[in-house]
Write a protein that binds this ligand. Sequence first.
Ligand SMILES: NC(=O)c1ccc[n+]([C@@H]2O[C@H](COP(=O)([O-])OP(=O)(O)OC[C@H]3O[C@@H](n4cnc5c(N)ncnc54)[C@H](OP(=O)(O)O)[C@@H]3O)[C@@H](O)[C@H]2O)c1
Length: 317
Amino acid sequence: MASIVLQRTNQKMPLVGFGLWKVTNETCADTVFNAIKAGYRLFDGAGDYGNEKEAGDGIKRAIDAGLVKREDLFITSKLWNTFHAKDHVKQLAQYQLKLWGLEYFDLFLVHFPISLQYVDPAHRFPPGWTGDDGKVHLQNTPFQETWTAMEGLVDEGLTKNIGVSNTTGSLLLDILRYARYVPQVAQVELHPYLTQEPFLELARTLGIAVTAYSSFGPQGWVELGMDKNLTLLMEHTEVTSVASKYGKTPAQVLLRWATQQGLAVIPKSNSETRLLENLDCVEFNLEEADIRAISSLNKNLRLNNPAEIDPHLAIFA
Ligand SMILES: NC(=O)c1ccc[n+]([C@@H]2O[C@H](COP(=O)([O-])OP(=O)(O)OC[C@H]3O[C@@H](n4cnc5c(N)ncnc54)[C@H](OP(=O)(O)O)[C@@H]3O)[C@@H](O)[C@H]2O)c1
């Protein structure tokens, strides 16, 4: 399986994984089991997705059925914004590991560089963006405190690798000033409407692997009514014409556009045929000119921008 070797641990992170956001609780265990049967080895979860227990059930079934061993899998999860204080990072990692039924994560990411007021998981989990009053409550935890606690998770064997998500270059540079363990992975929104070349160049320079999320652009946001009425990338003539040229689907072309640039991808699909189609996206090569043509669709357009929830959360400003 095509993979990226992560710095420090030299662990191989599969280039194509399965994204668990918006996979329903009812279908999640079956979907994970079927995805493992189809050949997926990386699952991208998060406390915020609210389906970690069900994802873990699917994994357990696959291990019990002899399809895989734990060490064959690469499980990613994420620390939510309300757990950035040093005392809460480990508490949450242990809580989430219990939900998954796992002893360790392969990768644990800070979901957003945003610290929000603590919500006890016994009160509400996942806590979401707002308090009981429906308002956003910031908390003054500096990122260094959170990162140092993330490093503690590595020392204690709760995760093998750590990283960040929804980050910009300035945060990466800041972390390097105090990190004992440099972030191994940065997971960011990246698709032809948001190509982020300068960020990729910095990550390459620093040896930080990049995972692109929302590879299909607005497609994954349609079901939330948050697609901003954009032309769907899978229907864009620039993408469909390249797809016909190679005899591939638009989805496969969008994923190959990313993986050929050295990015890992984590497409989500609730359909058994589409999840197979998505996994089968590294066995062909796009010509440079086709990659450039698709990149020219860039609009620097973000679908996942917390500033739209509250202007105090404008991390990309
Ligand atoms: N770190 C973060 O803050 C963050 C934010 C967003 C996402 N993520 C991660 O990235 C993953 C993927 O991103 P995403 O959920 O935004 O969406 P995505 O994978 O870009 O797109 C998913 C959408 O595309 C459809 N689809 C999937 N495969 C298809 C195919 N072959 N042909 C046609 N349509 C297809 C899906 O519908 P069906 O299900 O019906 O197939 C769904 O509507 C998430 O699940 C999550 O793990 C991380």
